[in-house]
Structures are given as structure tokens and as C-alpha cells.
Design a protein around this ligand. Structure first.
Ligand SMILES: C[S@@+](CC[C@H](N)C(=O)[O-])C[C@H]1O[C@@H](n2cnc3c(N)ncnc32)[C@H](O)[C@@H]1O
Length: 269
């Protein structure tokens, strides 16, 4: 416990975790305690079904984790041909996308080699579809492109310098049509930062349309679309935070993170 507190107070890791040791230090424990104890993490063919009329995914038997439910419902409703997960970790979400939608081509990237090893242990079918990728690096033409690019619990943990701005800009550039951010809305001012990136010319898309996307079992996410959709527009972070217990500590850090961004090319003098 003491070691963990000490580790978190170290100043030279600005992200929430030391990603080199993350699988052993944190991820496996959380996967067992927070996910597998309550939900079915890996679904076999036939255990999940998407109903186009309602936009819902129904799980036969055990329920699935609400954020995963949202991701699967977003894929069903948006109908992408290709899907890429940034920070795919142990691979359960992207593997279940492939199981539920066999016609969709999937890929996943993560900066943690041990995370990708774990993903391949859990999902042999992901062989050849995963790659080492640091989404805070300058954009690479080797990265896969996809109709839909999403992250779940990744950008919320990135707080080093201006890295979360870089990650958001890179995700938009990788995506042909949509970006889905399944992230804690208190950890960054996602909506304000995305608007600023767009207005400052940091996003590859000419137009940016933002929506709140709610899963059928309570999770919420930010959906970015290149083309307008018939949904109410998302204009503020407050809309994403509505009804969730405020987190002054996280919001203070989010404001500090936003303030580090030097956007666009402001006139001198
Ligand atoms: C909380 S875990 C979530 C993993 C997975 N999305 C899930 O829901 O199980 C965060 C993941 O993001 C990855 N990650 C952190 N920073 C990253 C970066 N800059 N680029 C790519 N992946 C990153 C970590 O290695 C880790 O696998």
C-alpha cells in the first residue's frame, strides 16, 4: 500500500501509471477484481446479439461490462467496415467486436508489450491484428486506418505535458469516419479541448461533429463524427459530467492539462 502511494506521488510519471510495469502492477488485478468477478469478459459466438431495431446488444447468460456494451452497440449502430482500438490492453473489447461482427476488420494497438502478450494469450484470433503503438508519438503512416477508432480508459490516464492533445489529434487522423472516446469525462476537458484543437487546425477532419453516446446499460462516451448525424449536439463537458459525482481533484488536473495546450498559430505582438 505504502509502495503504491509512493509510486503514485512520483513526479516523473505524469501519466497515472508506469506503463512498462502496468500489466503486473495493476491491470491483471483489475481485470480479475473489477471485470471478471462481475461480468463475462470474453464472449463466444452466439452469446451476444445486436438488434438493429433497438440499437441494443443482448448478452445471453452473464452480463457484459457496460463500457464494452456501449462499444459493441456503437459498432452495431454506426456500421463501420474497419475498427481500431487504441490502448487495447488485454484485447477483450476488440476481440468481442470481432466475434459479434465477423464481417468487420479489427485491429488494436498498445504501447505496452506485456499488454499485447496478454491480449494474444487471451485471444489467439487476434494474431496478426495487434501492434505496438504509442498514440502520443508523432503520427505514423504505418498505423492502421479505420472507419471507427476508439479508446476505452486510455486517454483519461494520459497527463504528461501535452500528450493527451496529441493522442486526440492522432486518433482523429487515423479515423475515416468516427472516433469514440469511452473515457472518464472528469479526467480531461475532452469537449473543450477537442473544440480548441479543431478551431486551431490540429485535427485532420474539415468538420467535427460531437455527440454524447449512451450505452443501454448506463455507460456514456463521446462520439466524434466527420459528417453530421441526427443526434443532439454535444457542446460542453458539463453535458458529459451531468449526474456523475463531481471530482474536484480530477477537474483541477484537467484544467491544468488544458492550460498547457498552445493552440494554433496566434498572431504575435
Ligand atoms: C486502463 S488500460 C485499458 C486497456 C483496455 N482498453 C481495456 O479497457 O481493458 C490502459 C491501456 O492504455 C495503454 N496505453 C497507455 N498509454 C498509451 C499510449 N500512449 N499509447 C497506446 N496505448 C497506451 C496501456 O498500456 C493500457 O493497456
Amino acid at each position: 500500500m505504502f509502495r503504491q502511494l509512493f509510486y503514485k506521488s512520483r513526479k516523473f510519471y505524469d501519466d497515472d501509471f508506469d506503463w512498462e510495469n502496468y500489466t503486473r502492477d495493476s491491470y491483471l488485478r483489475r481485470l480479475k477484481g473489477d471485470v471478471e468477478a462481475k461480468y463475462r469478459a470474453i464472449s463466444a459466438p452466439g452469446e451476444l446479439e445486436f438488434y438493429a431495431a433497438t440499437g441494443r446488444v443482448i448478452s445471453k447468460g452473464q452480463p457484459i461490462q457496460p463500457n464494452q456494451q456501449l462499444i459493441l452497440e456503437a459498432v452495431g449502430q454506426l456500421g463501420p467496415r474497419t475498427v481500431h482500438e487504441v490502448g487495447c490492453g488485454g484485447g477483450d473489447h476488440i476481440a468481442n467486436v470481432a466475434t459479434l461482427y465477423p464481417g468487420v476488420e479489427v485491429s488494436g494497438g498498445d504501447r505496452g508489450a506485456s499488454q499485447l502478450e496478454l491480449a494474444l494469450q487471451r485471444h489467439a484470433g487476434l494474431q496478426g491484428r495487434l501492434g505496438l503503438q504509442d498514440i502520443t508519438m508523432p503520427f505514423s503512416d504505418r498505423w492502421p486506418r479505420a472507419d471507427l477508432v476508439y479508446s476505452q480508459a486510455v486517454v483519461m490516464h494520459i497527463h504528461t505535458a501535452v500528450s493527451h492533445f496529441v493522442a486526440l489529434s492522432n486518433m482523429v487522423r487515423m479515423a475515416e469516419k468516427y472516433v469514440l472516446l469511452v473515457e472518464n469525462p472528469h479526467c480531461h476537458n475532452f469537449v473543450a479541448d477537442l473544440k480548441a484543437l479543431h478551431e486551431g487546425g490540429h485535427l485532420a477532419w474539415d468538420s467535427l461533429h460531437m455527440y454524447r453516446f449512451d450505452g443501454s446499460t448506463g455507460a456514456r462516451a463521446i462520439l466524434l463524427s466527420r459528417a453530421p448525424l441526427e443526434r443532439p449536439a454535444l457542446t460542453s463537458d458539463q453535458q458529459m459530467r451531468e449526474g456523475i459525482k463531481p471530482s474536484p481533484r480530477r477537474e483541477k488536473r484537467a484544467n491544468e492539462d488544458s492550460a498547457r495546450g498552445l493552440i494554433g498559430f496566434g498572431a504575435a505582438g
